[in-house]
Design a protein around this ligand. Structure first.
Ligand code: AHR
Length: 502
């Protein structure tokens, strides 16, 4: 089949905030322990962090990293994770039915962030704790000196404040699984009070209030309206979380997952703007899409879930999804969706970073490798600079069970006026046919294709594993050629492509 796209640098959606390329590290499974941190590993540095993982995280190009949860944060006492390691208590982590050793805490994680050049985005526990504990953590993190908490931090080895800007007011408080799950009214009031109190310490903080855990939640839409009606003036962002998986062998619907993400974002924007109108406010609330990925959640419930009063393992192998080419194509398409909404989605976190539903996998005492999803993230993070552009797209459609008619091709473009470079990101959702796309680039002036890379495979379920860690990768797409004000490129069936122009 064929498709047509028109790009014009004047058709801007919005500036791309680097925070769009954030990720998420939760104390969950082997994300921290036996993931980023493995003191006995050959590559471990003096602090016990694996340098092979550090190199891969840098290559991935992640901006801010959300920490320490997730569901974990709703049972977390942050004080446990600071001070001399030998005195830190072991705790039950109820969210993941594990033992938390607290060997890695705020100080260690912050020093790891320095090594990977990423910003800390901290979540406070509004599940089993409240405003006072959030204030204590903020004082500990951000006050330079001269108060009990600031001095405690200094005594624990960090004289300078951590200076954390982005704060999440709890996690998934709409979810019945969440410790301290609340109604929208109760949570909205608590979030508003906590945000106001935190701003009494520092008005310049950027605060994220919890939106829905997914667009499928029964309270979706109403949750956002009620929570924001209480907290609109106090926060800067509302969060979105979305995970997608292929269900019942329906690859066609799975490949169109970004249709759902587009709709999800549009609905939350509409709801936030509704509250804005009702309040007559001048302020606009943006979205922090602070959990997104492909996640085979059914597998978690059926295989990974740990139970037993006497069974609380340390760093168990849970949520270790192994991603296929098809998963990576959907994943790349989710990034296209985020970019298409760059005006309102100004922060996002890929959930998660290492071992747990992650682009990077590790084996204790062994290697670290890139999952299929690593490639679209790394390339999008590197190439998507400047402004996100709205593209005029004409594509054939196909019928999906879940989303009705969906376009076969989806795309977004970016343009950086400073460097003159542009990029186009595309997916072909067809399972049977390549699609030749003609891209009208006449408005960009004289440009050439600097690079074109495609992720595809004859076996859409091919994966990178410990035994075969480089089975899947990007390959140069030599079909991308410039004609008279156009580029034509052929996208293989079930593929993701990035084209760099300059
Ligand atoms: O990312 C895994 C889990 O998914 C997080 O802990 C939780 O917030 C979400 O349900």
């Amino acid at each position: 089949s064929t498709a047509r796209i028109t790009i014009d640098p004047h058709f801007t959606v919005g500036a791309i905030n680097r925070r769009l390329f954030g990720s998420f590290v939760e104390h969950l499974g082997r994300c921290v322990y036996d993931g980023i941190y493995e003191p006995g590993h050959d590559t471990a540095d003096a602090d016990g962090f694996r340098q092979d993982v550090i190199e891969l995280v840098k290559e991935l190009g992640v901006s801010a990293i959300r920490y320490p949860g997730g569901n974990f944060v709703s049972g977390f006492r942050w004080e446990d994770s600071v001070g001399p390691k030998s005195e830190r208590p072991r705790r039950l982590d109820l969210a993941w039915h594990s033992t938390e050793t607290n060997e890695v805490g705020l100080h260690e994680f912050s020093s790891w962030l320095d090594k990977v050049d990423s910003e800390l985005m901290l979540a406070v526990n509004l599940g089993t704790r409240g405003t006072l504990e959030a204030l204590d953590l903020l004082e500990y993190s951000n006050i330079a000196s001269g108060t009990a908490r600031a001095d405690e931090r200094a005594a624990n080895g960090k004289t300078d404040a951590f200076g954390v800007k982005m704060w999440c007011l709890g996690n998934e408080m709409d979810g019945p699984w969440q410790l301290g799950h609340r109604s929208a009214d109760d949570y909205g009031k608590l979030a508003s009070q906590t945000a106001k109190a935190m701003r009494q310490i520092d008005p310049s903080l950027e605060l994220v209030v919890c939106g829905s855990s997914s667009a499928q939640m029964p309270t979706f839409g109403e949750w956002e309206r009620v929570v924001l009606s209480h907290s609109y003036d106090d926060v800067d962002y509302i969060s979105c979380h979305a995970y997608y998986e292929e269900k019942n062998g329906d690859l066609g619907s799975f490949l169109a997952s970004a249709v759902n993400m587009d709709h999800f974002i549009d609905s939350v924007v509409a709801t936030a703007d509704h509250v804005k109108a009702v309040k007559g406010s001048d302020k606009t609330i943006n979205i922090s899409f602070d959990e997104w990925n492909v996640w085979y959640l059914d597998r978690y419930h059926q295989v990974d879930k740990i139970e037993g009063v006497d069974n609380w393992p340390i760093a168990p192998r849970i949520l270790e999804d192994v991603y296929s080419v098809a998963d990576a194509v959907v994943f790349g398409n989710l990034m296209i969706s985020l970019l298409k909404h760059a005006d309102r989605v100004t922060s996002a976190s890929l959930a998660q970073l290492v071992n747990v539903i992650a682009p990077i996998m590790t084996e204790p005492g062994g290697p670290a490798w890139r999952q299929t999803t690593f490639f679209p993230f790394a390339l999008t993070s590197r190439l998507a600079q400047g402004q996100a552009l709205e593209v005029k797209l004409e594509s054939e459609t196909y019928t999906t069970e879940v989303y009705g008619e969906a376009a076969l091709v989806d795309a977004v473009a970016t343009h950086d006026a400073e460097t003159g470079r542009s990029a186009v990101f595309l997916v072909n959702r067809s399972q049977s046919e390549p699609t030749t796309v003609t891209i009208d680039i006449s408005a960009l002036g004289a440009v050439s294709v600097l690079d074109a890379q495609t992720l595809s495979d004859d076996d859409v379920y091919a994966k990178n594993t410990l035994d075969d860690p480089e089975r899947v990768g990007l390959s140069a797409n030599d079909s991308a050629v410039v004609g008279d004000g156009t580029i034509t490129v052929t996208l293989p069936a079930v593929s993701w492509t990035a084209i760099e122009l300059g």
